[in-house]
Design a binder for this molecule. Structure first.
Ligand SMILES: C[S@@+](CC[C@H](N)C(=O)[O-])C[C@H]1O[C@@H](n2cnc3c(N)ncnc32)[C@H](O)[C@@H]1O
Length: 254
């Protein structure tokens, strides 16, 4: 498969990665993760005026962010992968509050420009796509885009070290007569690089009627590495980040 120098947007255009994952995304997204990350956003971005969400995918958390904004708040949703952006725009077009609030940008995280100081930058289920060298640019760009007191928000990564993850089934939801789940495993493919192999399965009763597999090469980023990288761009740890959440603040004096 392509290595991570090729962007996920390009891989999807070749029918790989998110091109396979996209049609299943919402129905296989784990409900417990949706609830805990939504709760974290509610606590950390309540009343925000300007938020950038990088890699919003189909918009699961864009929709949640809409309920946390302050009056006149706005969101920049930065999604370079065409199939995910299609789902995002479709979702947003059905939400009246999004019409004058969410700007969708098709650029990627390293090239998108929002042009105003941000209260928060949200990067959920995303940072594994960036190499160490790309993360240096990512952090410099978006730490610099925060207003004093603004936050970078992401989840702690799993696994924390480059270890193989044995296969397990992640239950999904139902649509009509079909039930969905994901068989997931990770293999070690390099230094601090693992390959997630995700098989999206469609069941009718107990019969497996379809399975499609997507692979993603993912950089392993431990909490320790993240702390070193974010401290290096002048951010400080938020003292009350919810468990499992990495929230880093631009100091008032930076
Ligand atoms: C696992 S999905 C997460 C979607 C959403 N944040 C969520 O948690 O449901 C990762 C998303 O990041 C996007 N992505 C990958 N590389 C990106 C980049 N360089 N800049 C911005 N988004 C990127 C993908 O297109 C995909 O939609």
């Amino acid at each position: 498969m392509a290595n991570t120098i090729t962007s996920e947007a390009d891989r999807a255009d070749q029918g790989l990665g998110y091109a396979v994952n996209g049609p299943y995304y919402d129905v296989i997204f784990p409900e417990s993760v949706r609830v805990s990350l939504t709760d974290a956003l509610g606590r950390l971005v309540s009343g925000a005026r300007a938020v950038a969400e990088i890699g919003p995918g189909t918009g699961v958390f864009t929709e949640a962010l809409l309920t946390s904004l302050g009056p006149d708040g706005e969101i920049f949703a930065i999604e370079p992968t065409r199939i995910m952006r299609a789902a995002l725009v479709t979702r947003l077009s059905r939400i009246p509050a999004a019409a004058d609030t969410v700007t969708v940008l098709p650029e990627d995280a390293l090239t998108a420009e929002v042009g105003i100081p941000l209260d928060a930058v949200v990067l959920f289920n995303l940072i594994m796509h960036f190499s160490p060298e790309q993360r240096v640019r990512l952090w410099l760009k978006w730490a610099g885009g925060l207003r004093p007191g603004g936050l970078l928000i992401m989840e702690s990564q799993h696994p924390q070290t480059a270890t193989a993850v044995p296969p397990s089934v992640i239950p999904g939801g139902m649509l009509g007569r079909h039930r969905y789940d994901t068989l997931a495993r990770a293999d070690i493919v390099g230094e601090d690089l693992i390959r997630w192999v995700m098989t999206y399965r469609t069941w009718r009763d107990d019969e497996l009627i379809r399975e499609e597999t997507a692979e993603f090469d993912c950089h392993v980023v431990s909490d320790e590495t993240l702390a070193a990288e974010l401290s290096a761009v002048g951010l400080e740890r938020h003292p009350a980040a919810p468990e499992g959440i990495q929230a880093w603040r631009r100091p008032k004096a930076l």
